[in-house]
Ligand binder design. Sequence first.
Ligand code: ACO
Length: 425
Amino acid sequence: MTGTNSINIGDRDYPVLSGSVGPDVVDIRKLYANTGKFTYDPGFTSTASCESGLTYIDGDEGILLHRGYPIGQLAEHSSFMEVAYLLLNGELPDKAEFDKFNYTITRHTMLHEQLATFYRGFRRDAHPMAIMCGVVGALSAFYHDSTDITDPRQRMIASHRLIAKMPTIAAMAYKYSVGQPFLYPKNDLSYTGNFLRMTFGVPAEEYEIHPAVERALDRIFILHADHEQNASTSTVRLAGSSGANPFACIAAGIACLWGPAHGGANEAALNMLHEIGRPERIPEYIARAKDKNDPFRLMGFGHRVYKNYDPRATVMQKTVREVFDALKVSDPVFEVALQLEEMALKDDYFVEKKLFPNVDFYSGVILSAIGFPTTMFTALFALARTVGWVAQWNEMISDPDQKIGRPRQLYTGPTQRDYIPVEQR
Ligand code: ACO
């Protein structure tokens, strides 16, 4: 972070700081002390809440970089485990580093056996995200030896545990909901292959992993690994800023991700595509999305940061075709999705507001073709985003400038008044 310029507010100069790329920021940390005024920015549309070296997004150009590497290149050539290493450690691993990391993650995939009993406390029809919030939060009760956040080694062990155990936790949430026995992880499988087997395998027979499906899902995980200071990541950072243990922080992130405006959007997008059902009905839904008096929005469209095509949506669209070809399936909702995208992108409303498909527009179509029920979609997102949450949490804890997050407010409630006893009200 460098700063040579300044900006004048009131009668004082405030430093303007530059990152390596992207908009400069005005350092207003002394604004309140100097002026007695706060800034007002609900939704943080103009506020940088931290310094970070993990992920860069240029929403106007549709660029997404992890540690400098474009998402398209990572999705094409890398693996989710390698991207996890990159986000955690800052550089791509060499062969020995990668093998060691892979080995470590693989050896942490099992859950404490007592956790299986913990699952049985949930109703059978519980949403997997509800189970994941509970189980991930409960990890701090099972792994006390990695909750001292002042110890870098414990922080790293907690990070590895979270990344490694998330597929096991998500798969068990699914198994519980369908009434099938939990499957233990198998160490000769890849991270993603293991997750597929724990989700779709049964003890009665061998599970055969389809290489194209394994590759597609691994790519989906890469596309969801991190996305700078989005709502759930900011939640993880805010929870962590109080010194809360890492498992509690990630559980907070999962809770935030569940919302339909964030991680729940892929489930909502697929439900919408099914509801539309036939290309002839698309104009009706586009009209509803444009109608100010109708709360309906095109799910999987629009983004706080991207005012251009979400680069992850480009990879997703290609991956749908690959999965359909590999599994020799077709799904009319994909045709609806393609035509909806085409029509929306030609419509003045969407053009003027710069509303493009986001990562969630196509991901539901692929996940459903692989066999995941819609209730698992956000759980898969949480699994992948754990890497980003953990990397951002580590970055925050290691930042000497880190303070407890404590926004201020514009108070519009009553001014001071005297208490009136109930019989006089
Ligand atoms: N359909 C129709 N109109 C839309 C849509 C949409 N999907 N998205 C935004 N708009 C309109 C809004 O009505 C608003 O219009 P106005 O200026 O006339 O009031 C304008 O575009 C700006 O929208 P905001 O909601 O103010 O933009 P914001 O940045 O706050 O919201 C969000 C971004 C939440 C993603 C929004 O576009 C949305 O609700 N999209 C649908 C849900 C979705 O797909 N979420 C996934 C996000 S990606 C992720 O979390 C991985």
